[in-house]
Write a protein that binds this ligand. Sequence first.
Ligand code: C5J
Length: 226
Amino acid sequence: MKAVCEALPYVFEFEASRTALIVIDMQNDFCSPGGFGERLGNDISPTRAIIPVISGLLDAAREAGLLVVHTREGHLPDLSDCPPAKLERSRRQGAGIGDPGPMGRILVRGERGHDIVPELRPIEGEIVIDKPGKGAFYATHLDSLLLNRGIEYLILCGVTTHVCVHTTLREANDRGYRCLVLEDATAAYDRADHEAAVRMVRQQGGIFGWTAFSSSWMEALHAKDN
Ligand code: C5J
């Protein structure tokens, strides 16, 4: 039987056994002082504020036995997977990818800045997808991994709503996944960017999918067993 979640533009129905929780880029570089996001001149408080909400989602997903996937944006130490255009733009903004920072080299795999924030650290058995781009499907094996497990429904949370969450959402939508974006478990540094991105998901009858609050999704997940 499908679980039914109150959502916009209309209810989101999902089968828990075919659902994955996708936690996007909750890394020190986007959420912690001295990271890439803050060095670009942003206030990181919105990205920190969703940490407890996502922690609750992880508890619920783990308890229900859902597939959990964490993603991390970053590059190889030699930056060979970083397009020159991306590198140049980061340098212009004073937060050059690969430059030294308080948490190691900015957006480089293996450095502390690239790590997921301690509160949301993956547990054994959870999947971590390292991605060089904004979308989690580009240059990764995420699609085959989900297909091989029969996943059809994606629950998206993380940062930032209008950049990596949206790019992943759009990639997933074109691949046929049914996507729900949790609006209180996603964040952008600028509230207006977040709100616009959330609105875009559900416009035109759900052009990219659905939006809901985390509590509604967790209630639906819980209710399926009762
Ligand atoms: C950005 C992301 N904003 N994870 N990355 O550069 O959204």
